[in-house]
Design a protein around this ligand. Structure first.
Ligand code: PNS
Length: 167
């Protein structure tokens, strides 16, 4: 068992697009750990039909959002294509932080955490409860609302709103 405390965590996701809910989890992770890497997954086969935004666009939206909220300090943003645990091992990160909204997130996250434990038992899976302010937000809700002409300004930062064509 490792004696050292965790100094570096990864916050992974597809971020298609990044929302205020994700940014809340990222900011709170940074409050707990001195170094945070936001890992944007290629997720090419997500839901069988790919992502709305390219990997480069999703990375850029996270970077721009961190700048807009002025929370860049100690936070890196990287794209990744392989296994999350391989990335954590490459970076020497001691944990992965994920946000939990409703119980519906729990089953999925438990399955992922179990699998990841088998792949890399030294990497902790750490969960934060989403802030009640953001518990109803998801990227899919944002995409649907934007596609139907709805106001998304309370869900995503300005740069994302522009990319969604809702500025
Ligand atoms: O925002 P999402 O789509 O819920 O994020 C899911 C993500 C990207 C964290 C997850 O799919 C992932 O870890 N993908 C990388 C591939 C991998 O490591 N798979 C094995 C663990 S299930």
């Amino acid at each position: 068992m490792s004696e050292s405390t965790i100094k570096h965590v990864v916050v992974p996701g597809t971020f298609d697009p990044v929302t205020y809910g994700h940014l809340d989890v990222i900011a709170r992770s940074r409050k707990m750990f001195p170094r945070v890497t936001v890992a944007v997954a290629a997720s090419v086969n997500k839901n069988g039909n790919g992502t709305q935004f390219s990997l480069d666009e999703r990375v850029e939206m996270v970077r721009e959002s961190l700048r807009e909220l002025n929370i860049e300090d100690g936070i890196d943003v990287v794209p990744f294509t392989g296994l999350l645990m391989d990335l954590c091992q490459q970076l020497g990160a001691g944990g992965v932080v994920k946000g939990l909204r409703a119980t519906t997130d729990f089953e999925y996250e438990l399955q992922q955490a179990d699998l990841n434990f088998h792949l890399a038992p030294e990497v902790e899976s750490i969960f934060v409860m989403s802030s009640p302010k953001f518990s109803y937000i998801s990227s899919s809700v944002v995409r649907e609302l934007a596609a139907m002409g709805g106001d998304v300004s309370f869900l995503v930062p300005p740069n994302v709103r522009i990319r969604l064509g809702r500025a």
